[in-house]
Ligand binder design. Structure first.
Ligand code: ADP
Ligand code: MG
Length: 776
């Protein structure tokens, strides 16, 4: 009987395995028929033929038609069936980390494999790939770094560059390199993929390369603008809307002297009498409207309207960033109707989200439950959620802009292009006719630009310049002239100048040892320098925290009606340091302690801190630490207390801040009982009212370093720290002996320090020692 028992056991195991196998192949069959329904499938042979016959091919097609998941797979299947599988090495670049992972995972499951076998991905600091990997999805940044070691992309047989219509800086940069590379690699195949149909631009750039368009099918999507939405919500959710309307009218009475754009907008609408004429009443240009905040109350009302009045189907809401997403999440949780977790599945979707809960986004919820996805523009073209029937579009996306004249850069929500608006609307018609609610007036839509301005034309170029240098592509200016749309020469000049000032390039525009390290850190060079200095000078923890907050965002929230309390909370963290950065550091440390003792919520509430931001900063610290360990500046095996000998020494921390923030230096000049502030580029500036330094009349030390200048009513410096001249002399950028020989100049003579010859010599020696530390 023992014999039969073990036989039975084996049999049942075998049966189970067989059943699992059958299930797997059932789902594979399902996948196969899903794939065959995609518009891309009909173009398979035409596509493969074009790839075979041309070195460069441009493919466009509506989002969701199967470009990203199918085209690389077609190539792979073809190569395997022609017995070239062993030699092929297909790379497909994605602008975002999330989409690289999501697409690679999807294709693996379409093939019934696990991720990391034939299909892999690689993003910064994270990869799933093996010797068997033949199709690799990576971020464009990863490929650019690979080019440093392998300028001819030797092992690569096919390269697909995805989402080129977005005109991201990395993609624009990559195609310049590729155009130069193609003649050296006649066997390499390059496929450019784009959602919208400005394929001609790219075709021309590559000597009239052929283009293929994949016609897609989407159901019709009805379209409403703000004026229609207001009318709809007025009749359906009367009480809420009355509230909304009342609020805005109250606002307009109170603030007659200082009208905010939203108030003005409602004055023009003349809420009471005539909705229809609303759009006629809007006389505002795009710029005048650009400061208008997204009204989350209106978004909530629109979601509620759909849920009460419209049929089933997922809702996709486009917002500009994590901040709005989390605020709206809170609002919806507190909503009488939408807050019911049995009826509504509310999911955030954001580029820097952990990827674990991504699958829920694609899954269809049970029939009695409605899915509501709150997303950034990542859902516009990289990630397709099939069952969306309703799109709510706020009309904005976060965009960096760069003012080359004032050397000002900012990341602000701004209006999207018509092409983006069209994309967003199309998301509603994948499975049935849909509806798109645009929460902006029709006139704004008409004034939107056709396409978004390329990133290379509107962002600071220092990271790009470092990249060009590390790839040995010649002088930056002559290289960038070859771009699809070359950037403003002034912006190029500023970037080179800044890199020289930071000490990343020498006077001949060659990389210094510091510059070489910075090339390996995919961050703003200033932030990279702060991290390097923090690890060299044993201030790692503060450097990680401050760098993460600079790279991401400030965790202090600014409540309009409780500003004084918020200021006091921030001030108590700063103590007498005269430093927003120290305040941030102490707040972060306090939050860590509070979190450990289970007191996070209260702590954040009492101190006006955003727990979401703090958690993201904490994650980012880990990423930065991994980066430093990757390039050999930190040995993680030495434990968490290594590299922190001076972490509690605030003067040392300020010096590291100076190293990272230079040349953002302000001179403090005493004017009676107050201080006036001057910068080299724009002269007089003011301290931002949210800064702990706004209330300080006289500063103990003569200089201030700051993270950011912003231009609103006047030019303000945001977070700032008061520092000594010694910090500046030892940790600031390049020093030059004064022409008179009487001292030292910095910032091209803007700052002058008188010092004797021997002191100058001493400082130079100390700096020489510092350079040696970097030269490894
Ligand atoms: P395109 O690149 O042309 O926009 P994709 O290849 O990304 O299109 O997507 C094709 C189809 O596959 C879409 O209908 C999309 O919904 C589906 N799809 C893509 N990724 C996933 C995923 N991770 N899970 C489920 N479905 C997916
Ligand atoms: Mg795609």
């Amino acid at each position: 009987s023992q014999h039969t028992d073990s036989f039975k056991e084996k049999l049942s195991v075998a049966l189970k395995e067989k059943q699992e196998l059958a299930q797997a192949s059932d789902s594979l069959k399902e996948m196969k028929s899903f794939r065959e329904m995609l518009p891309a499938f009909k173009m398979k042979s035409e596509f493969l033929k074009a790839v075979q016959e041309n070195q460069v091919l441009v493919v466009s097609g509506e989002t969701g038609c199967g470009k990203t998941t199918q085209l690389p797979q077609f190539i792979l299947e073809e190569e395997i069936s022609c017995l070239r599988g062993a030699d092929c090495n297909i790379i497909c670049t994605q602008p975002r980390r999330v989409s690289a992972i999501s697409v690679a995972t999807r294709i693996s499951s379409e093939r019934g494999e696990s991720i990391g076998e034939t299909i892999g991905y690689q993003i910064r600091l994270e990869s799933k790939r093996s010797a068997d990997t033949r199709l690799l999805f990576c971020t464009t940044g990863v490929l650019l770094r690979q080019l440093v070691q392998d300028p001819d992309l030797k092992g690569v047989s096919h390269l697909l560059v995805d989402e080129i219509h977005e005109r991201g800086m990395n993609e624009d940069f990559l195609i310049i390199i590729l155009r130069d590379l193609l003649p050296r690699r006649p066997d390499l195949r390059l496929i450019l993929m784009s959602a919208t149909i400005n394929a001609d631009l790219f075709s021309k750039y590559f000597a009239n390369a052929p283009t293929i368009h994949i016609p897609g099918f989407t159901y019709p999507v009805a379209e409403y603008f703000l004026e229609d939405v207001l009318e709809k919500s007025r009749y359906s959710i009367k009480s809420d809307f009355d509230n909304y309307e009342g609020n805005s009218r109250r606002r307009s009475k109170q603030q007659d002297s200082k009208k905010d754009p939203l108030t003005e907008m409602f004055e023009d609408i003349d809420v009471d009498t005539n909705y229809k004429n609303y759009s006629l009443g809007v006389r505002k240009s795009l710029e005048a409207w650009s400061g208008v905040q997204i009204d989350l109350g209106l978004v909530e009302a629109t979601i509620e309207y759909i849920c009460r009045n419209e049929g089933s189907g997922a809702i996709l809401v486009f917002l500009t960033g994590w901040d709005e997403i989390s605020k709206l999440l809170d609002k919806l949780k507190g909503n009488n109707l939408l807050g019911d977790p049995h009826k509504f599945l509310i999911l955030p979707l954001h580029g820097s989200m952990p990827t674990a809960n991504q699958c829920e986004i694609f899954d269809r919820p049970p029939p009695n439950k409605r899915k509501i996805v709150l997303a950034t523009n990542i859902a516009e073209s990289s990630i397709t959620i099939d069952d969306v029937v309703y799109v709510i579009d706020c009309g904005k996306a976060k965009e960096t802009s760069y003012d080359a004249l004032n050397k000002l850069a900012c990341l602000l929500p701004s209006w999207i292009s018509k092409a983006s608006a069209h994309q967003r609307r199309g998301r509603a018609g994948r499975v049935q006719p849909g509806v798109c609610y645009r929460l902006y007036p029709k006139l704004i839509h008409e004034a939107m630009p056709q396409y978004q301005l390329a990133e290379i034309l509107r962002t600071p170029l220092q990271e790009l310049c470092l990249h060009i240098k590390s790839l040995r592509l010649g002088t930056v200016a002559s290289f960038l002239e070859k771009a699809l749309q070359p950037p403003d020469p002034l912006a190029v000049k500023n970037a080179i100048e800044l890199l020289k000032t930071v000490g990343a390039l020498d006077e001949h525009e060659e990389l210094t040892p510091l510059g070489r390290h910075l090339c390996n850190i995919p961050l703003d060079p200033n932030i990279g320098k702060m991290l390097l200095m923090g690890s060299i000078f044993q201030c790692l923890n503060p450097a990680l925290t401050i760098a993460a907050a600079l790279a991401y965002r400030n965790p202090f929230v600014l409540p309009i009606n409780r500003k004084e309390e918020a200021d006091a909370a921030k001030q108590s963290f700063a103590g007498d340091s005269c430093s927003d950065h120290i305040a941030l550091l102490k707040a972060f440390e306090g939050w860590k302690d509070a979190k450990r003792s289970g007191n996070e919520k209260q702590f954040c509430w009492d101190n006006f801190l955003s727990p979401v931001t703090l958690r993201l900063i904490d994650d980012m610290r880990m990423q930065f630490l991994n980066l430093l360990s990757d390039i050999g500046f930190v040995d993680k095996s030495r434990g968490p207390n290594a590299y922190n000998q001076y972490s509690h020494d605030l003067e040392m921390v300020c010096a590291i801040l100076c190293a990272g923030l230079y040349p953002n230096v302000v001179q403090c000049k005493r004017r009676g009982k107050r201080t006036a502030f001057y910068t080299k580029e724009v002269g007089k500036v003011d301290i931002h009212p949210a800064s702990v330094n706004a209330a300080v009349h006289l500063f103990p030390l003569p200089y201030i370093v700051y993270s950011e200048k912003v231009k609103t009513t006047s030019i303000y410096i945001r977070d700032s720290t008061n520092i000594s001249d010694y910090a500046l002399l030892l940790f600031g950028g390049n020093l030059v002996p004064s022409k008179s020989g009487e001292g030292i100049d910095m910032l091209g003579g803007y700052l002058h320090f008188s010092a004797s010859k021997s002191v100058i010599e001493l400082i130079r020696k100390l700096r020489g020692e510092l350079d040696k530390l970097l030269n490894r």
